[in-house]
Design a protein around this ligand. Structure first.
Ligand code: ADP
Length: 409
């Protein structure tokens, strides 16, 4: 039987997201999520086209058991023998990885070593890799790094105004995240613009629970708002984004916060949640505004959208041409209000939205939402899983061709 399916794994510390994808025709055969791992409530949900299968994960409630239950289901569906490889989302590739990478012992060691830069994510990604190794044994596994697309940033964009030794000795620099998503929407925008990605100049705004804006010059990332950690740049659901670093000193020195407390406030209690005092969820804030227009939810969305617009405008300094602005992520793909509020600050760049088009481009629809005379503005639903499947397949096909050519020589 011809093996052509790729299992895509995105492993969190207590969760495991997966999709089974045929990269040749971009069909997703199933998706699912194992949640609350390491607790007695651990369960797995597998979604097929017309049904959802839910199972409890028994003790020890870990990732490996979740994957074993997934395999049982894959066997029943007859997919297990069609899987060609596994593609993993890995958050941090540091400066070492700017391309999809076949996972070996050495690569695993580097991912582990890079955990110092992504302590919440890389260890979880590694757990997923090891669980798949134990269950799928000889299937090749490929890592697709969230930082990889941004490795093209020039030095002036990734070096901080800190002692240079911090970069040299401690790897403190801008890495950026959401790279797979920015790359995907950029390549889709190239299709809409009907020119090669290498000729496209774009600004993409990935607005989900985490948010980032990227400047893309000739198809390559040249600046991005997330930095050394995923808490730089624009304001997000619960993360502050940029703040005056003096505030941290003030919180610790004058208000008695511990450094752990500061980290928690900046990452989990700020952003839309912190300003609104209601929720980090954009939908909830939009509902409260409908009921009560002048509440703090309005302020939260005002700050959120103004800061995003400022970042978008600032990236005109990184580009010499600009073909289009692209919105993606749960908020970018769905919230016509947020898109309207952001673009209202960008008329100097000749961005203007068409109300009807903005209304139509939601809930999974791709669309051009700008007026006919304005600079183009697109809504493009992201699909990181598809990129991971496609890049996994490309890498393995290239490695096989290279091995065949070497054999033939
Ligand atoms: P994550 O970063 O966790 O992948 P998503 O990309 O799914 O998150 O984005 C989640 C955000 O998208 C939430 O703030 C949610 O409220 C928002 N969102 C989803 N659907 C809508 C909608 N119809 N209108 C406004 N916001 C929405």
């Amino acid at each position: 039987m011809h093996k052509q399916l790729i299992l895509v794994i995105n492993c969190g510390s207590s969760s495991l997201k997966f999709s089974l994808i045929n990269p040749t025709n971009s069909q997703t055969l199933l998706t699912g999520l194992a949640e609350q791992l390491f607790s007695e409530d651990a369960s797995i949900k597998i979604k097929l086209e017309n049904q959802t299968i839910t199972k409890d994960i028994l003790a020890p409630h870990n990732h490996k058991l979740g994957i074993e239950l997934l395999v049982e289901e894959l066997q029943q569906l007859g997919y297990d023998q069609q899987i060609f490889a596994i593609g993993h989302r890995v958050v941090h590739g540091g400066e070492k990885y700017n391309l999809p990478t076949l996972i070996t012992e050495e690569v695993k060691n580097t991912i582990s070593e890079l955990s110092r830069l992504a302590p919440l994510h890389n260890p979880a990604n590694l757990t997923g890799i090891e669980a798949c190794e134990a269950v799928f044994q000889n299937l090749p596994q490929v890592a697709i790094f969230d930082t990889a697309f941004h490795q093209s940033l020039p030095e002036k964009a990734f070096v901080y105004g800190l002692p240079y030794s911090f970069y040299q000795e401690h790897s403190i620099r801008r890495y950026g995240f959401h790279g797979t998503s920015h790359y995907f929407v950029a390549s889709q925008a190239a299709d809409i613009l009907n020119k090669p990605l290498e000729e496209c100049n774009l600004i993409s705004a990935h607005l989900g629970n985490g948010c980032s804006v990227t400047a893309i010059k000739n198809g390559k990332s040249v600046d991005t708002s997330l930095g050394f950690t995923p808490n730089e740049g624009v304001m997000m659901g619960t993360r502050s984004g940029d703040v005056d670093s003096g505030i941290i000193y003030y919180l610790v020195n004058q208000l008695g916060y511990s450094i752990e407390d500061v980290n928690k406030v900046l990452n989990s209690k700020s952003g839309l949640l912190g300003v609104s005092g209601i929720s980090n969820d954009c939908r909830t804030l939009e509902e409260s505004i409908t009921n009560k227009p002048n509440c703090r939810a309005t302020l939260a969305l005002n700050v959120f959208t103004y800061r995003i617009a400022k970042t978008i405008a600032s990236f005109s300094a990184s580009l010499t041409a600009l073909d289009a602005l692209v919105f993606t992520g749960g908020i970018g793909e769905n919230s016509m209000l947020v898109r309207t509020m952001i673009v209202s600050h960008l008329s100097l760049l000749n961005f203007h939205l068409d109300e009807e088009k903005n209304k139509s481009a939601r809930f999974g629809a791709t669309g051009i939402i700008s007026t006919n005379t304005a600079r183009p503005c697109f809504v493009i639903p992201t699909n990181e899983e598809f990129v991971i499947a496609q890049q996994t397949q490309h890498l393995l096909t290239n490695l096989k061709d290279t091995a065949n050519n070497l054999g033939a020589n």
